[in-house]
Ligand binder design. Structure first.
Ligand code: SF4
Length: 496
């Protein structure tokens, strides 16, 4: 195995992916790390899951050796890897370290093949292989091949979405799925070499590259330097990106025309009916109220239920009969308007560490009864109800009967009402403070569904009873606000 020295900052797989996203991001990661925003709890949770899955994947190769030296001691790790290579009894090496042409690499799993051949495996805590994963593997293949390793096969190991947990120890042979990319990544070597050269040349310059913030700041990942890059910049109040569901070709066409704001979009430019409505409202500064709004608002029948679910997904299934990343509902809220202005609230939150679905369904069916409209916001609740009907056949008929009673308030707003302050979004978080001033999610401990999901998992895992209680209180308030918001939105729309 060859090793080489290079004077410019060393690249790594994460730096290479950053460099593919934006050279300025790579520059900052090498020279100005302190400019990055701090890692938030959601990102940290993703890192932790990745680590947990990575450790579990090593069980596929009993007797494999972990290279202990950490990322701060790469040279030591390379030396330990050389020793491991010489031990022909080792079936696999985890976190093997390499250096080639100024690129450092730690390979998640190297499996010994016949003779001196090796299989390279990158582990991902996802269900599918993304383009970024392929770029990542192509870089590793290039580094290892350059360092003199004979790679027989290369692939990405993901979780298997069809694996059903039996409640005992994970069957790792079934839990993981190997996506063989042996036919793909060697062909990318030329591009990898070109990219690495360009990144090293850029890093050898005296100053950072001149790159303006743009779409690349969020693709494939949110860039941690966004706050720094946009400091002092002013943005138009209504950029043309507010136009709902704007096709990328239309986006490019507007850019080419020099259009920056919704107001600037020419009258002759082809838009959908909704996009036109958004443009007209922004131009006039007035709300749009459709002629049919009042009639549509009269459709719901009493008692009118206002229903919202919170759900969570775990990479590694926790309960018997569940799969990786299966959506499990753990909480519902129902504000019931039995007659105009007469309101009652029912709710359920699973506070125990168990499969919440049976109790969730039983309590929800009891609250919803068999009469009245069920007001929802987006079809998400219908999707969850369908999944529950499949998973719990004994309730299937009663669950399926709920679907006909559902009435989607988000659709009603999208079809019959618009306000320029929606800024192109019909999410309840955006719509609520505009139509019901004083009612927003800002003051809540839990502010959105993603956070609800994350803190629920935190409550499952913590031993701190006070923190668990605090989380449960926050969830009760948040889910209750979602359903009360629907009541208030119907009232506000009725006054238009
Ligand atoms: S915020 Fe955008 S422009 Fe700035 S470094 Fe990140 S990706 Fe590049």
């Amino acid at each position: 195995m060859k090793t080489s020295k290079h004077d410019a900052p060393k690249l790594s797989k994460s730096r290479y992916i950053s460099g593919l996203q934006c050279h300025l991001r790579l520059w900052h990661e090498c020279y100005n790390r302190e400019l990055a925003g701090s890692v938030d709890a959601a990102t940290q949770a993703i890192f932790d899951t990745g680590h947990e899955v990575g450790v579990l994947a090593t069980k596929l190769h009993p007797g494999g050796l972990l290279i202990e030296a950490d990322h701060f001691h790469h040279e030591d790790a390379v030396k330990q890897t050389l020793v491991a290579f010489a031990d022909h009894k080792l079936p696999a090496i985890f976190e093997a370290a390499f250096l080639h042409a100024g690129v450092r690499n730690r390979a998640d799993i190297l499996v010994r093949g016949r003779g001196e051949q090796w299989d390279l495996v990158e582990v991902k805590s996802a269900l599918d292989v993304s383009d970024t994963n392929v770029d990542d593997l192509a870089l590793q293949h290039w580094v290892l091949t350059g360092a003199g390793i004979d790679i027989r096969r290369a692939g990405v190991l993901t979780l298997n979405r069809d694996y059903v947990y039996d409640g005992r120890e994970y069957d790792v042979d079934e839990l993981f799925l190997l996506h063989d990319l042996t036919d793909t990544v060697p062909g990318m070597a030329k591009d990898v070499a070109k990219n690495v050269k360009a990144m090293h040349e850029m890093l050898a310059q005296r100053g950072p590259p001149k790159i303006e913030p743009g779409n690349q700041c969020f693709d494939p990942y949110d860039c941690p330097f966004y706050e720094h890059c946009t400091k002092g910049m002013t943005f138009p109040e209504h950029p043309f990106g507010e136009l709902p569901k704007l096709h990328p070709t239309k986006r490019a066409a507007l850019k080419a025309l020099g259009v920056e704001t919704v107001e600037d979009v020419p009258k002759t430019f082809a838009l959908t009916a909704l996009q036109k409505r958004v443009r007209d409202c922004v131009r006039t500064g007035k709300e749009y109220v459709g002629n049919a709004l009042a009639a549509v608002l009269d459709e719901p029948e009493y008692p009118i239920h206002h229903l919202d679910f919170e759900t969570f997904m775990l990479a590694l299934p926790r309960y018997k009969g569940t799969r990786p990343y299966q959506t499990l509902p753990f909480q519902w809220s129902n504000h019931i308007e039995s007659a105009p202005g007469r309101l009652k609230h029912d709710e359920y939150l699973c506070r125990e560490d168990k499969d919440p679905r049976p109790e969730f369904v039983e309590t929800m069916l009891a609250s919803l009864g068999t009469k009245g409209t069920i007001c929802i916001y987006t079809p998400y609740e219908i999707r969850v109800i369908r999944e529950l009907a499949k998973a719990l056949p004994k309730y299937a008929r009663r669950l399926q009967a709920l679907e006909d009673r559902c009435w989607d308030l988000c659709n009603v707003i999208r079809d019959h009402y618009y306000h320029p302050d929606f800024h192109g979004s019909f999410s309840i978080k955006q719509v609520l403070p505009v139509l019901v001033p004083g009612m927003s999610y800002e003051r809540l401990a839990v502010k959105d569904g993603m956070e609800a999901s994350r803190v629920y998992v935190e409550a499952l895992q913590t031993d701190d009873a006070r923190r668990r209680q605090e989380i449960h209180d926050g969830l009760i308030e948040y889910c209750g606000q979602d359903t009360l918001a629907m009541v208030r939105l119907r009232e506000a729309l009725a006054k238009r």
